[in-house]
Design a binder for this molecule. Structure first.
Ligand SMILES: CC(=O)SCCNC(=O)CCNC(=O)[C@H](O)C(C)(C)COP(=O)(O)OP(=O)(O)OC[C@H]1O[C@@H](n2cnc3c(N)ncnc32)[C@H](O)[C@@H]1OP(=O)(O)O
Ligand SMILES: CC(C)C(=O)C(=O)O
Length: 692
């Protein structure tokens, strides 16, 4: 059957109340209500498989741990399971909470219909407990009275009064000392209140009040359920305000609400109802319950919390709570559920991630402590307050941008990527996520980064050994003229900028051996610093890269501190072709050289025309002084340096003596000493060796 084009005959509009003086719209909720958790009754009665005693006990213990002080534990006349469970808790409370620590502070609530034999059994189930709430219900709407009970308003009032009097006689007025040892509270629910005329709701509740005779010290509870949610929350709030202002002896009863979620507005209804005078709210964790469920107590509590009001219940380990709820109800908490859903503290989209990342960075820079004011884009709640880690906040798929990706790299590898590298790497990640068609896990992204920038192993270049030394201006001039290809300098080399100011004539010489695709190449280059001298050395092999951007930072702290260096290189002659390299090493200079070789590897690999193994187009000749410099690296007598040729690492006739170059760790130490000496030398000479 197609959907009706005009549903106006079939469905009736809810008639709003005429309440011109309504006060609730200008009220605010500044304190938590009395909470009643009904997971073990309303939640349980709606499950495919109701909980057994063991499951109920586990759930009950958790509710007590969270801090609930009123818990509806059962419908004792419904089943032996419920009756026995109620007996167990009643006895445990009597005995001081051996089974459930803290149970003494909890009022145990049980539900019964207006049927005397069922009320009797219900009261029996609580025998001996310290704090009991007997909850009785009777539907009051015209629909229920006519269709379900066939009762007039008068008959309904009569039944409610009769059962209340009976309940009173077997509880607070009982002669049985054990029954009288219980502190009894009485709760009456005009079921279907949301669909009941407000005048009749007041009438029947006044009658019940008269029958129970509550006191200000022990008020009764009128629980006003939206058994079926039928209107907008403002109409429900009007109904509550009408009830609160038209009932007499307001101090002798507490107004409770019990919203269901048929229209998806239960939380709003509960909140507006409190503004309208309700002091107590009944609901369940994550909104389990009949049909679309009861109002969600977690959302209500955390809505208060994020307004700066402590809700008197503790959700600081929300995952543990979700686990128990899901196992008990056998219904998963939806990923998008407010606060609790696994995706609600996650951002996949680029602009969200960027804003969140900046928010966290701002807090870090400001030195914000956990309790300091929370102002963070897109996140209304600090995930840590409910036991969620920040790592879970940013997740990456093809919708993600550089902000999220760099956040993951920062958190997994500790690397604070410069902006340009963030952009470059996020393209790689996006391509991968698109190709895989799914989210990439942090570990996968970290591996992608390590592979892209050769953090574990440079696939093509290996820095076998090197030395960096100061070169006098005259020597440099001589060098330039003595070689076939004059070395080029790179002004962006930060080593020079920061350390050799005002000494433009000072140069550094890189002398070293680098293996490319397994072939060792002796290299010499002169530049304004370590990086540019290596860049110039690579120029001599026609690897034409100029350093365009550079950033370094310390990695970790304490003894094992390392330097992380990021270098962006421009391909000479083509400013639009750029390649990034990353280097990590204990020695900051060596980190820079490794970064440059990482970029060089990316450069070679990006050129399909470059043969593998790499063969330089031409080799430069070395001057006598350069050969001396190379030989100071301990080259063996069989070194082919003098012929200026590349050397196969794999050995063979004419190959470099493997042992000469195998101890790279030793070499690194030597280099370090040399760098130290170099820095000392600079200091002594006021920033340049030529200064003397
Ligand atoms: C809105 C709510 O969630 S209310 C709580 C609902 N929870 C449950 O129903 C779970 C537990 N219920 C049960 O185990 C059973 O329904 C029982 C034990 C209460 C009663 O079982 P039964 O005697 O077999 O009756 P049944 O389940 O068919 O209930 C319907 C009867 O109760 C009557 N009834 C329904 N609500 C009430 C009430 N609040 N007060 C008095 N009678 C009521 C109906 O009019 C009907 O009476 P009828 O048989 O004379 O026509
Ligand atoms: C018994 C009452 C409170 C109820 O569960 C409802 O009306 O939804």
């Amino acid at each position: 059957m197609p959907m009706l084009k005009d549903p106006s005959k079939k469905y009736r509009k809810f008639k709003p109340l005429d309440l011109p003086n309504r006060q609730w719209p200008s009220k605010t909720n500044d304190k938590p209500p009395r909470w009643l958790a009904t997971d073990l009754r309303d939640g349980n009665q709606s499950l495919v498989d109701p909980m057994d005693g063991e499951q109920k006990l586990r759930f009950f213990k958790m509710l007590v741990e969270i801090g609930y002080k009123e818990i509806e534990i059962s419908f004792p006349s419904a089943s032996q399971t419920d009756f026995d469970f109620t007996r167990m808790l009643a006895e445990d409370q009597r005995d001081g909470g051996k089974l459930v620590p803290g149970i003494e502070d909890v009022a145990l609530q049980v539900l019964a219909p207006c049927r005397e034999e069922l009320i009797k059994r219900t009261v029996e189930s609580l025998r001996g407990c310290k704090k009991g709430i007997l909850h009785m219900y009777l539907a009051t709407s015209e629909c229920f009275r006519r269709i379900v009970f066939g009762m007039s308003e008068d008959q309904s009032v009569e039944l409610a009064v009769k059962c209340t009097k009976y309940a009173r006689s077997i509880t607070k007025d009982s002669d049985d000392p054990e029954i009288r040892s219980t502190h009894w509270q009485y709760e009456f629910s005009p079921e279907t209140f949301s669909d009941t005329s407000p005048e009749f709701a007041v009438r029947i509740c006044e009658a019940v009040k008269g029958a129970w005779e509550p006191s200000e010290e022990n008020p009764l509870v009128f629980n006003l359920p939206a058994t079926v949610e039928m209107s907008t929350p403002n109409v429900f709030a009007d109904q509550i305000e009408y009830f609160c202002t038209n009932m007499t002896e307001r101090k002798k009863f507490c107004v409770s609400v019990h919203p269901h979620n048929d229209r998806g507005c239960a939380v709003a209804a509960a909140e507006l109802a409190q503004m309208a005078g309700a002091e107590r709210v009944e609901g369940t964790l994550f909104g389990n319950g009949e049909r679309t469920g009861n109002v969600d107590l977690v959302t209500l509590a955390l809505n208060l919390y994020t307004q700066g009001v402590y809700p008197d219940v503790d959700f600081s380990d929300i995952n543990k709570i979700i686990k128990v709820v899901e196992e008990s109800n056998k219904i998963p908490v939806n990923e998008r559920w407010p606060y609790g859903g696994q995706l609600v503290v996650c951002a996949f989209s680029g602009s969200h991630q960027d804003a969140i990342k900046k928010g966290f960075q701002t807090r870090k820079i400001e030195g914000a402590k956990s309790e300091d004011p929370w102002v963070l884009p897109y996140l209304p709640l600090d995930p840590q307050d409910i036991g969620r880690t920040y790592e879970a906040v940013i997740r990456v798929n093809s919708q993600s941008g550089k902000g999220g990706v760099s956040w993951i790299i920062m958190n997994s590898l500790g690397l604070d990527l410069p902006r340009g590298l963030q952009v470059a790497f996020s393209r790689i990640v996006q391509k991968e996520a698109d190709a895989k068609g799914r989210e990439l896990l942090p570990r996968e992204i970290a591996t992608l980064f390590e592979d892209a920038y050769h953090l574990k192993q440079n696939p093509r270049f290996t820095l076998i050994d090197y030395n960096i030394s100061a070169v006098r201006a005259e020597t440099n001039t001589q060098d330039k003229t003595s070689v076939g290809q004059p070395p080029q300098t790179t002004d962006t080399d930060p080593r020079r900028d920061s350390q050799v100011q005002n000494t433009s004539s000072n140069k550094r010489q890189f002398a070293g051996v680098i293996a490319i695709d397994g072939i060792q190449h002796p290299l010499i280059g002169v530049g304004t610093g370590a990086i540019s001298s290596l860049a110039n050395a690579l120029h001599s092999l026609s690897i034409d890269l100029d350093v365009a951007d550079y950033k370094e930072h310390a990695l970790a702290s304490g003894k094992d501190v390392k330097a992380a260096t990021y270098i962006e290189c421009m391909v000479s002659g083509n400013p639009h072709e750029k390649v990034w390299g990353v280097g990590i090493h204990e020695d900051v200079v060596q980190a820079s050289l490794i970064a440059l070789l990482s970029a060089a590897s990316g450069f070679l690999t990006s050129r399909a025309s470059t043969p593998k193994p790499f063969k330089p187009k031409h080799m430069r000749d070395f001057s006598a002084s350069e050969i001396l410099a190379l030989e100071s690296l301990n080259l063996g007598s069989e070194s082919p340096l003098r012929e200026g040729m590349g050397v196969d690492v794999g050995g063979g006739a004419g190959g470099l003596n493997g042992s000469s170059f195998s101890g790279r760790a030793d070499r690194v130490d030597i280099s370090k000493l040399e760098h130290e000496a170099w820095k000392e030398e600079e200091k002594v000479n006021g920033g340049g060796v030529d200064g003397a």
